[in-house]
Write a protein that binds this ligand. Structure first.
Ligand code: PDD
Length: 281
């Protein structure tokens, strides 16, 4: 073969391979991978790659659907199908195929095993490289509605296992947002919500709530607030397209909010009214 794609035992040229849209890697990047090279049909440093692969999967509670020995033998078999002997051998496991939910799929959903093989590019060690420097801003791009949602997936699952519907992310003391929603508070009649910098997704529901506040002369503050301010807020609001504007009764097992029910209800009613009027037949 010139290229190889493997998906749960199905094999073909890479260009011809299809995968189900509901593979969780499409929505969340919910998987782990390894990349290795092979020469003379032998994968270089295979044991090291397998160590890291099984370790990465286990850190994300992904159960690889075959044993290490079985995987080594599948990889060996695939490498031997190729028409040439210098190969780039890539494999990954994804958390399975299921309708999109941040939390892990319910029931008995098996992980998916992928392998791709293509010719490896020659390395030219005699030619030195040129580099540029870039500040490391990885994990500081929460304002982008990216598909790379693995930390959100892990947090949503942790919340679910704790019997909760969401979690509050914080960086140090500063509250940012939730795994798949924004979080705001009401304090002394003011709607307080984190600023739309690179640490939160600029939620559309949050934006509508701010407008509703402005329409009703409710003061709005877009300054960062702390965990302590969250815990002592009159109300906590979780907002998203699917949760609308939900109130919160408990954080980390401690009773919170419930001190400005009229204001909370006003925001909820206005939001629902906006939704109903803009979607009426
Ligand atoms: N989540 N923050 C994050 C990390 C989100 O994923 C979302 C939305 C929000 C709220 O944004 P909006 O109000 O525009 O829905 C904030 C959606 C619902 C999801 O991923 O399913």
């Amino acid at each position: 073969m010139k290229t190889l794609g493997y998906y749960n035992g199905r094999i073909g040229e890479l260009d011809e391979m299809m995968i189900p849209m509901n593979d969780r890697v499409c929505y969340f990047g919910d998987g782990v991978y390894e990349a290795a090279v092979a020469r003379n049909y032998k994968i270089f440093a295979l044991e090291d790659h397998l160590d890291r692969f099984y370790n990465s999967a286990s850190l994300l509670s992904i159960e690889i659907p075959c044993t290490r020995e079985e995987l080594a033998s599948i990889l060996d078999e695939m490498v031997h199908k190729m028409d040439y002997d210098e190969q780039f051998v890539y494999w990954q496991v994804t958390r399975g195929t299921a309708p999109r939910t941040h939390e892990f799929p319910a029931g008995d959903v098996k992980a998916n095993l992928w392998i791709t093989i293509k010719p490896s590019k020659p390395v030219h060690l005699e030619t030195p490289l040129k580099l540029i420097t870039i500040p490391d801003t990885r994990f500081f791009h929460c304002n982008i509605k990216t598909l790379n949602l693995l930390p959100n997936v892990m947090a949503a699952e942790q919340a679910k296992r704790a019997g909760c519907q969401e979690c509050v992310f914080h960086r140090g003391d500063r509250v940012t947002e939730c795994a798949h929603s924004n979080v705001s508070i009401l304090k002394d009649g003011t709607f307080r919500t984190a600023p739309t910098d690179e640490l939160i997704l600029p939620g559309i529901t949050r934006k509508h709530l701010i407008q509703i506040c402005k329409d009703h002369n409710i003061p709005v503050s877009e300054e960062p607030f702390t965990i302590q301010e969250l815990m002592e807020a009159d109300e906590i609001l979780v907002s998203s397209t699917t949760k609308f504007c939900s109130s919160v009764s408990e954080v980390d097992g401690i009773a919170v909010g419930g001190k400005a029910p009229e204001l909370m209800k006003l925001l909820q009613d206005c939001y629902v009214q906006k939704y109903l009027s803009e979607t009426k037949a």
